[in-house]
Design a protein around this ligand. Sequence first.
Ligand code: ATP
Ligand code: MG
Length: 581
Amino acid sequence: MLNSELLNYISGTKKNIALNVLFRWFGLLMNILISFSIVWILNQFYQGENPDYLFFIFLLTGLWLLKFFFERKAELYGFSLSQKVKKHLRLRFLRKIIKIGPSYSQKMPSSKILQLAGDGVEQLQTYYSGFMPQLFFSILATLTMVVLIAFINVRTSLVLLIFSPLIPIVIYKGLSIARKILGRYWKSYFDLGSTFMDNIQGLTIAKIYNADEYKHKVMNEKAEDFRVKTMKLLTMQLNSINVMDIIAFGGVSAGIITAFLQLRKGNIAIEGFNGDTGLMGMILILLLCYDFFVPLRILGSLFHVAMNGIFASTFITDFLNLPDENNGKEISDKENFDITINAMSFSFNENDFIKGINIIFPQNQMTSIVGKSGCGKSTIVNILSGILTGYKGSIKIGNTENRDLMNSYRMKHINIITHNPYFFKGSVRENMLLANENATDNDIEQALKEVNLLNFINSQNGLDTLLNANAENFSGGQKQRLAIARALLQNPDVFIFDEATSNIEAESEEIIMSLIEKLKQEKTIILISHRLSNVVKSDNIYYMEDGNIIEKGTHNELISAGNKYAKLYQYQKELESYGKN
Ligand SMILES: Nc1ncnc2c1ncn2[C@@H]1O[C@H](COP(=O)(O)OP(=O)(O)OP(=O)(O)O)[C@@H](O)[C@H]1O
Ligand SMILES: [Mg+2]
């Protein structure tokens, strides 16, 4: 029932839980004293004595104020506890995402991470700041009351004691049913989350294909399923609260009946109450019984909300327990950046898709990978850059095995520029500074000039030009040039261009291709391009088919060999000249 692992994660909160419980217990003691004072004054009145009313007014006011003070203190500790728990867990989530590195979404879908970090943590917070303190408080409160009532009448106290564990037993018995219902609830919730995220991201496409109606229907179905699962969860919670109420009221009734029977036998007495026939003891028992089951009932209702959090906590610990891929090796900036792939295989499912390939990407050279769509080019660069993990064989970055490399180092030294780069909402300058926080405006302008984008940016609002989320106010080609400029500012040792010029018009493409050739004087360049005319000047070209390298050599060597590369090159050339004729 308790996730001990998560308790360790939040070890700093024990003091808050203890103080919250302590102040609530003080509050309870004040409540007991108030009941006792009322009975005391009643007794004096009943005995025909003349009570000191002024003293009692002061006493009761003082006790009420103290009770208010303690309960308020407990509330404050509870509040700060819940803040701490939320902040702590969300911070751990963020740190974990960073530690896992670029492959995090391979381990758990982004929508699920968002749901857990948002709602999951929110529910778990009820567990820590509500259920946990309530559990300790209920035990303490029940024992206090049992001991106290035992002073008035032992049998009544025993009857109440026998009834009180029934509530935790009902909670425990309901666990297996709750688990099933909660499992279905969370599954439906994750399902709804991923469908929702997917549909929002693809809304434009859905509209283009007139499929928004259909997607709307699918989302409605998922939402309806979630509604049904939520209602089942609420029904279960309500039913068990009813059962707990029956036990609580049953317990109170049994306690009161026992007390009456004991009263008739003359077994009820309060020490120091002179002349009492037991009536005052009976009234005190009635007043205390009212409070007796309250902490346990609250525990029961909190349990069901907390149970949701406990269930979410298993997913949360699953995520937090994912192996850190960040504890790898560092590499020195001075190391050579030859990349050597040796007998490397990779599978998405069971069968190897990349089948034991060998490639060398030497520093100061431009090496290209070509081949038909789907042959595995991007897969290779995604493995190199750590987005895909779990390759077999060896990939050496300089002298370090890629899987052993610390993510932050890999990211610092290897930059992959794709046909679909991402930009954040904000100015061009802000986006560029992400790559190099020390870059001056001059550096940024120089990088933009290199990719033939400076004139356009200056015609807008200069470096203050605003980008929408993912730079949607820029054209595809402008985004690609901006991405190359951003990579230039970062100045990594390995540049990977994966169709990075696919949307760029011929004139700018030529400028960028000569820029890439210039870069190779210092860097390791990996180029992937459908247009074989772009790879002609490469120092080495690898031709892939179905996850295999089937040809390699320089352009001239491959042309002379007259195999698949040569045929594809010839075919593309004919297509291009066909367009010109
Ligand atoms: N995450 C994935 N899970 C399962 N299969 C995948 C995944 N990513 C890619 N694939 C499959 O691997 C194969 C190679 O994909 P890859 O993206 O490497 O092709 P590519 O050579 O880069 O093609 P293109 O030239 O069209 O970009 C494809 O058949 C693709 O369906
Ligand atoms: Mg690709």
